[in-house]
Design a protein. Sequence first.
Length: 403
Amino acid sequence: MGHYPKDIQHFFLAGINYKKSDSATRSRFAISNDQYAWIIAAAKERGIAELFVLSTCNRTEIYGIAHDIEQLVNLLCEATGEPADLFYSIAYLHRGKAAVQHFFEVAAGLDSQILGDYEIVGQIKLAVKFSKEHKGIGPFIERLFNQVLQASKLVKNNTELSSGTVSVSFAAIQYLKEQVLNAAGKNILLIGTGKIGRNTCKNLIDYLGCRQITLVNRTYEKAQELAAELNILALPAGQLDEAIYSADIIVVAANAEEPIIRSVQLPANKTQWIIDLSIPNNVHPEIASLAGKQLLNVDQLSRLKDETLQKRLEEVPRAMAIIGEQIAEFLDWGHMRKQLAVLGVVKLKLEEIHTCTTFTATEDPANRIQKVLNTMAAKMRTQNQRGCHYLEAINDFIAFGAN
């Protein structure tokens, strides 16, 4: 399994994202750190040269240099305990340049639910770092990763694709601004004070002017810390039901494995807006059918359009042009790397021919070999004849020896 060229033709990507799967299905293929470590260890045993896994709320993707793409899919499904046929039914599979293209577009925010969402770059860095720490990264992915970061930076600095602060959490703010009359005067409950919860809370204050915000977090101290920073209220998790009952707007950015809000916790005959930013969903979908309750999750929020997103669409051609230049540079590196490997093999063969032949030559054999290699390298840069170059090199070497 391990005997195959470690080049772009054996670079594969297998993934699922928000385009063909809902959040519940994506959560089944989400990869924890323990599962990630197992994948890397198992990959080494199976002859997979390099790989990394990108697992976020919107996607799970495995990239690798492997004998075939089935190896990568099997690793992902074995780690999660999910059936491969389910994965294949919603997956996209790419090889070679197509896989490279996809990776560049993901890192630039072109494949995000919210176009231009730059937070994905940080997630990519963490994914590659984890694999690197576990010896899962080699020269191909290392170079590709660096080129991808360069392209993403150029897109961010030279286009308006990531202008403003647009993410799923910001889309929630846009929704409340458009749908809730006097949102600033409503009682708001925010559950979860991690990165998404913290950003959403600050956006509620900065963009909507909300001040009647109550924070609840599994760790009360973390909620208290953010509440003190923003001059709002925090309650311990034991008072969650009371907070749910009295809130007009509920934003959930928790990380529970099961729903933490169900219909029995909500008051009847009261209008409430409930936004679930969690993956997997932390608000039970049954709530959507209750009178007076407006429920939105990350999939629905991603479809909301606003002026900022429309402006970003206009920047896509410029971003794609930058990516195209960076991909060409990476492909040139890959071609040169492959040439060096071939030239190394040919050099060894010519040295072997020299020691095994009896013809004489007026020129030093080392110089003769270098001339042949230079000629071969020049032809490889302009022609794609594969094995013909090898045969020509041998003929050139013999011809030099006969002169």
